[in-house]
Design a protein around this ligand. Structure first.
Ligand SMILES: [Mg+2]
Length: 176
């Protein structure tokens, strides 16, 4: 069970991830969560820092697709703002939305990484698909009420993973 919940890396934020390093490790595609990973869940702003970060992905010859459990209206609005594909109503950790994203990216599973702020949706969903996964500390957006409950359990799992030395923060992708 624990292997389904253990990400390959853990960072303070998306900005701490070394995209150049991912590219050097053969990663070609990024499937990324929206709420509290890219943008706080209760916000729509796309700061210039975020746009620069997104541009840097393509500069490193990687492709990116956003996969969100949020509704289509938010997905569409953000997709237009950042000018990148967003698959919404994803129901992560179910596989279907990840398959859709892989279809859009056209990258092989073993060269695609999932980035997200939640163990039970992003990490578990990615692991089920055989993708590499990167967990980030959630942005401070207001959580959906069930998410707030799940977070408590996620914090306990994280503390355990760090204590057992299965995970270290900001250490780069630990390929298995
Ligand atoms: Mg999220």
């Amino acid at each position: 069970m624990i292997k389904w919940l253990t990400p390959d890396a853990y960072y303070d934020s998306i900005y701490a991830i070394n995209i150049d390093d991912l590219s050097k490790q053969g990663i070609e595609g990024i499937i990324i969560d929206l709420d509290n990973t890219l943008i706080p869940r209760d916000k729509k702003d796309t700061p210039s820092r975020l746009i620069e970060w997104l541009d840097n992905i393509e500069k490193n010859d990687l492709r990116l697709c956003v996969v969100s459990n949020n509704k289509h209206s938010r997905g569409k609005a953000i997709s237009e703002k950042i000018n990148r594909p967003v698959v919404s109503m994803a129901r992560k950790p179910s596989r279907s939305a990840f398959k859709k994203a892989l279809d859009i990216l056209k990258t092989p599973e073993d060269k695609t990484v999932v980035i997200g702020d939640q163990i039970f949706t992003d990490v578990m969903g990615g692991r089920r698909m055989g993708l590499k996964t990167i967990l980030v500390v959630p942005l401070k957006g207001k959580d959906f009420f069930t998410t707030a409950l799940i977070r408590r359990l996620e914090w306990r799992i994280l503390r355990r993973l760090i204590k057992d030395n299965r995970l270290q923060k900001n250490k780069g992708l630990q390929l298995r």
